[in-house]
Design a protein around this ligand. Structure first.
Ligand SMILES: Nc1ncnc2c1ncn2[C@@H]1O[C@H](COP(=O)(O)OP(=O)(O)O)[C@@H](O)[C@H]1O
Ligand SMILES: [Mg+2]
Length: 390
């Protein structure tokens, strides 16, 4: 994402400098100006200075004692610097202050003391929303596949929809973020590099370097392979944000397999996603887990992007689809039939079901991929030309 320009308004010196360090630490935003006073009226010269630096975000720290002037400032800023989003930073212990800040026009209310990760998530939400409204050019769409619990079928879904999207549209990348990556096995390819190599080389990353870390499937799909050993050094969320920024500028669709991974990286990628497919079975443990996963993902926003995919679906007498929605709190998007022999053989042979035949389960994956992209105007191969695969 293009770097966001941030103006910090905080009357407390310590808080102001701390916010600056945290904002700059996200690597996706930069403090362009900071002020110790709040604008009091539309004619305030401070507003002219703020206009001069063309900010994307105005971060207003609301002091615990005397929040009124900060709230009034939010109102003035919303009216006078209407291109910028206002983020309020304050204590969660005063609900009325939160309500007033949001009413005054704050887009986000960020709890103090805050962290780089919390700020990064808020910045990502903002850019994702702006992208939706077409403010930042043509960017690839991300679909993330998470499972309710291990063995539910996230990798199978991710691999098959990535191949299907690639067959129809071209220019698709599959990114394996799972704690232990299985996508290469499903595709029977031997990666020379993994996502860890890409993250290590972010400082010099461009399109051609990104391509060199990709493993090519014979059908043309690009795989950014997952780790084959659980790693001890975790990249920061801002490193993931930078990587995905490059991915969305190069690929039309990016399918992410996170499988059981539930951490800040998964939350970040979910926030960047068009849809998050939560794969579950129709048994009690699976549906219970799906509800917990939704709760975790929802803590950083983006709950509305999550859709339920019931894998190995079978009709259970007395249990309806709306029961599954009620148990998980997630809207049902798709059901995939249960074909254990076909699916497990295809994984063992490294030939995903979608490549093999026109079985019911293969058609189901094709249908799911088509549903995910039905709102995209041009679905013809080559219709999107920012980047061409070779
Ligand atoms: N639609 C399906 N029908 C039957 N078996 C399936 C189906 N989808 C997945 N499986 C089986 O479930 C197992 C786990 O799938 P996998 O995609 O690795 O799950 P996850 O990534 O969620 O851990 C696979 O080995 C496969 O045999
Ligand atoms: Mg998996």
């Amino acid at each position: 994402m293009a770097e966001l320009a941030v103006v910090i308004l905080a009357s407390d010196d310590e808080q102001r400098s701390m916010l600056q360090v945290l904002v700059d630490g996200t690597n996706v935003a930069r403090t362009v100006h900071s002020c110790s006073a709040f604008p009091v009226a539309a004619t305030d010269p401070l507003l002219r200075r703020i206009h001069g630096v063309s900010p994307d975000v105005l971060m207003v720290d609301i002091p615990n004692e005397n929040p009124t002037s900060a709230i009034r400032a939010i109102e003035t800023l919303r009216a006078e610097v209407s291109n910028a989003a206002v983020f309020a930073v304050g204590s969660m212990s005063q609900p009325q202050v939160i309500v007033n800040a949001m009413r005054a026009g704050a887009r986000e209310f960020i709890e103090r003391p805050t962290t780089t990760t919390a700020l990064l998530e808020a910045f990502v939400r903002l850019t994702a929303a702006q992208r939706k409204h077409g403010q930042s050019g043509r960017r690839g769409k991300v679909f993330t596949v998470v499972n309710a619990k291990g063995g539910t079928g996230a990798t199978t879904v991710a691999v098959n929809i990535a191949l299907s999207l690639h067959a129809v549209h071209g220019n698709v990348a599959l990114v394996d973020l799972a704690p232990l990556g299985h996508a290469a096995l499903h595709l029977n390819v031997k990666p020379l590099f993994t996502i860890a190599d890409a993250l290590r080389n972010l400082h010099r990353m461009d399109g051609s370097l990104l391509e060199s870390f990709m493993t090519r499937h014979p059908d043309g799909l690009h795989l950014l392979a997952g780790t084959s050993t659980p790693t001890s050094v975790e990249p920061t969320t801002s490193e993931f944000a930078a990587l995905f920024d490059i991915l969305v500028s190069h690929y039309r669709y990016i399918v992410v397999d996170t499988s059981t991974r539930l951490d800040a990286a998964t939350r970040l990628v979910c926030n960047l996603s068009e849809y998050v497919l939560l794969v579950a079975h129709t048994d009690v443990a699976s549906l219970w887990s799906a509800a917990r996963v939704l709760q975790y993902l929802g803590e950083s926003g983006g709950r509305e992007r999550v859709r339920l995919v019931l894998n190995r679906f079978r009709k259970i007498p007395g249990f309806s689809e709306s029961d599954a929605e009620a148990a998980t709190g997630v809207k049902l998007l798709w059901k995939i039939p249960n074909h254990y022999v076909a699916v497990s053989n295809s994984i063992d042979r490294g030939v995903p079901v979608i490549q093999q035949n026109h079985s019911e389960v293969a058609r189901s994956f094709t249908g799911l991929a088509a549903t995910l992209t039905e709102s995209d105007e041009s679905s013809k191969r080559g219709g999107w030309s920012l980047f061409k695969t070779v």
